[in-house]
Design a protein around this ligand. Structure first.
Ligand code: AMP
Ligand code: ZN
Length: 166
């Protein structure tokens, strides 16, 4: 197994772009599951969409309502994004977090944003996890859960409805 490294590429405009490597080829936008969700070639429970972002339920959630917020434009890690776009992504994530917390009657939430294989990033398309948590979790990280398709859609419906009200 090769080692993931941070390496630096010199761009035409002489800016150093730092990239986080993955040990296996990431395949680019053509083979990206999140790009397929954006273009509706793959199904998902979408809760929010605007011109440049999409948010949908995580298929294997840490808690009910666990949502992923993505820029529609493909980029592997946050280092592939401009600062304005990063700020906008977190503004959307913040808006979505309020709807998620209300929809599942959570007490708090986590933003998790993994960059690079070393950080456990599995899908190489930038995303922010919005993970609702309850007091009863006592700050502990819970195991991933499975919900039925009907339960997932009902959760998505509740989040969409909270977003529509605000
Ligand atoms: P990360 O480890 O930060 O790359 O997280 C990727 C997340 O994407 C994981 O929590 C997966 O459960 C989730 N995921 C992978 N495929 C899909 C999919 N088709 N629809 C929704 N979530 C997905
Ligand atoms: Zn993608």
């Amino acid at each position: 197994m090769g080692e993931a490294k941070v390496y630096v590429t010199r761009l035409r405009n002489q800016v150093d772009l730092r990239r986080l490597a993955f040990t296996k080829p990431t395949g680019g936008a053509e083979n990206c599951i999140f790009c397929q969700i954006v273009s509706r070639r793959s199904p998902s429970n979408v809760v929010y969409e605007d011109e440049r972002h999409i948010a949908f339920l995580d298929i294997y959630p840490f808690s009910r309502g666990h949502t992923l917020v993505c820029p529609k434009e493909h980029g592997e890690t946050i280092w592939d994004m401009g600062e304005t776009d990063i700020a906008e992504l977190f503004q959307v994530a913040s808006k979505v977090s309020k709807a998620v917390v209300a929809a599942v009657q959570a007490d708090g939430f986590r933003f998790v944003q993994n960059n690079g294989e070393a950080a456990n990033q599995v899908v190489a398309h930038v995303h922010v996890h919005v993970i609702p948590v309850k007091m009863e979790d006592r700050g502990r990280f819970t195991d991933r859960k499975r919900f039925t398709p009907d339960e997932m859609e009902e959760t998505a419906r509740l989040i969409r409805s909270e977003l529509a009200d605000n």
